[in-house]
Design a protein around this ligand. Structure first.
Ligand code: NAD
Length: 540
């Protein structure tokens, strides 16, 4: 065998075995012959559309969401083009299956479903255990889900230690569902090349007794090293999407920005992180001083209104927003706090289902023409109220966004259908990731995140605005991601951190359309699979 024949054979084997390049039943006849696949599948050569149609029918035939999750994971790990083709066509149906809320169930059951997510040898993500530290470099090099392109180094990694998963607590190695799921959103939402993403789970053990006792648990069977505050931060992408919705909510509420009073029910790291981003918005966009912005926020925790003189020792992160204008009075529950503060906006980040009761919602509607109510706790069963409850008890006045998707509401009297806003991370972080890849700043600063939030808020079309939406409709996600990425690139050039010369030159021309075109042309699409086959093996 000559060297070129040998190389050819290697190419052939790699293409036929690659979940990226092998198109299964859509492989054209001549390629089947060249790849020596003839006879290994039925004779019919199908169109991509037929493949997607069948996959959708199969998906819909599954009776539970977790079965659908497993089906989609298998598809992603065996036929990348078909998976992303299906997801992109059916975003509204598939996103809740590949990410929240179903990913929560998947993480809880990860060890049981793991062998059915991918064929043996096809990694679902990279697992790094505490025992791997001495061999880290080698292990990272082992991660080659698409071995035919060794030069395609990862551009984006999402990392979890599994300790705080979506309000479901410590799920140990099961946390892998999150980086895997998020990176799928990066690909579907912003066209980041799937081959350049790397989901990582740091297995540091688990403090979850049920997992430690579970015979199928696949992670390290030991208590977590260190404490479970290993990463005590709120995902700044997360806060940005809430900020984007709030920017549009303020416009709808119809009262001057300075008159808003924002009550956070829940004063954990998530609430304080979001509150700080909102305060920064009032400083940046409404010319307030830092003190003025801080005073627009009230926090409530399990002991009531967070005040400096409440008598207990406040956790460090609560101090910044702790009130000192309460004249010695304390307010132990949400009803008394609402009466005292008279808020225009109520945010829920407490994981206390039903906390925004009929009485609370009626009080908000009594105080405001258009009350802003954002029950943001995840998953849906921990949300402070549902969209339907918010609509019913405010008589349809509410401006609403939640952490997880709620069904649309049909007014029983008028038949009018209203759609809830969902502070879906999908609106920001894929675009943020793409913008980061294109601008290449060393870090993503608060300014960059802020510019992404503003771009997302501004991405609403006239029609979406007229419908009172806070976020664009999901099928437009690629356009929204392009706007977000372009805004990040422009801001990165403005703050002097961008390193990509092409992007820097473009931004300096002040031609927004050219910048958007540049961003869009860098988005991966399923068409690239065919192009890749030709580039990779032009002789075929
Ligand atoms: P956490 O446990 O650190 O904080 C919870 C807070 O709620 C604490 O301050 C606690 O005192 C308070 N609380 C609990 N019971 C209460 C009660 N009965 N009355 C008043 N306050 C009460 O959790 P966290 O990490 O800050 O996350 C909180 C929630 O926010 C979770 O459900 C999480 O899923 C959700 N979250 C949502 C998003 C989003 O984008 N929608 C982003 C981040 C977090």
């Amino acid at each position: 065998m000559t060297v070129s024949e040998n190389t050819n054979n290697i190419h052939i084997q790699q293409i036929s075995k690659s979940s990226y390049l092998n198109q299964s039943t859509a492989t054209p006849a001549e390629l089947r012959n060249a790849l020596r696949l003839h006879g290994l599948s039925p004779a019919k050569v199908e169109s991509f559309d037929t493949q997607k149609k069948r996959a959708l029918a199969q998906l819909r035939s599954k009776s539970s969401d977790i079965e659908k999750y497993v089906f989609l994971a298998w598809l992603r790990n065996t036929n990348v083009r078909l998976f992303y083709g299906l997801v992109s066509d059916q975003l509204e149906e598939t996103l809740p299956l590949i990410y929240t809320p179903t990913v929560g169930t998947a993480c809880q059951n990860y060890s049981s479903i793991y062998p059915f997510l991918a064929p043996p040898g096809q990694p679902d993500g990279l697992f790094l255990s505490i025992n791997d530290l001495p061999n880290l470099t080698q292990i990272i090099q082992n991660y080659k889900p698409y071995p035919q392109n060794p030069e395609l180094t990862p551009q984006i990694a999402v990392i979890t230690d599994g300790s705080r998963i979506l309000g479901l607590g410590d799920l140990g190695v099961g946390g892998m569902g999150i980086p895997v799921g998020k990176l799928q959103l990066y690909v579907a939402g912003a066209g980041i090349d799937p081959r350049r993403t790397i989901p990582i789970t740091l297995d540091l053990g688990t403090n979850n007794e049920d997992k430690l006792k579970d015979e199928f648990y696949l992670g390290l069977r030991q208590k977590r090293v260190g404490d479970d505050q290993f990463f005590p931060f709120v995902d700044a992408g997360t806060g940005a999407v809430i900020l984007a919705g709030f920017m549009n909510a303020i416009n709808l509420a119809g009262i001057p920005a300075k008159e808003h009073k924002i009550l956070f029910f829940g004063a954990g790291s998530a609430a304080v992180g979001v509150a700080k981003q909102l305060a920064a918005y009032f400083v940046n966009d409404h010319g307030m001083s830092e003190d003025e912005a801080r005073e627009m926020v009230w926090l409530v925790d399990s002991k009531g209104l967070v005040t400096l003189d409440r008598g207990d020792r406040l956790a460090e992160h609560k101090l910044y927003f702790a009130r000192k204008d309460n004249s010695g009075s304390q307010y132990p529950d949400i009803a008394s706090v609402i009466e005292h503060v008279r808020p225009t906006a109520l945010f829920g980040l407490s994981s206390q289902s039903g906390a925004f009761s009929e009485q609370v919602l009626k009080s908000m509607a009594g105080l405001n023409e258009r009350p802003i109510v954002f029950p943001l706790s995840n998953p849906a069963y921990q949300a402070e109220c549902s969209f339907e409850q918010a609509m019913v008890h405010t008589k349809g006045k509410v401006i609403f966004a939640s952490g997880t998707a709620f069904p649309k509401y049909t007014d029983p009297n008028t038949g009018l259908i209203s759609a809830p806003g969902q502070g879906n991370n999908m609106y920001i972080f894929p675009g943020l990731g793409l913008g980061g890849i294109l601008a290449q700043p060393d870090t993503i600063s608060d300014r960059l995140i802020y510019s992404a939030a503003r771009a997302c808020a501004n991405a609403l079309t006239v029609e979406e605005r007229s419908q009172g939406l806070l976020y664009p409709v999901l099928p437009r996600i690629r356009q929204v991601s392009a706007e977000v990425a372009a805004a990040l690139v422009a801001e990165s050039v403005a703050e002097g951190t961008a390193r990509n010369e092409e992007a820097i030159k473009l931004v300096k021309t002040h031609d927004k359309n050219a910048l958007l075109k540049f961003v869009t042309s860098n988005m991966w699409t399923t068409n690239e699979v065919e192009e890749e086959i030709t580039t990779f093996a032009p002789h075929l």
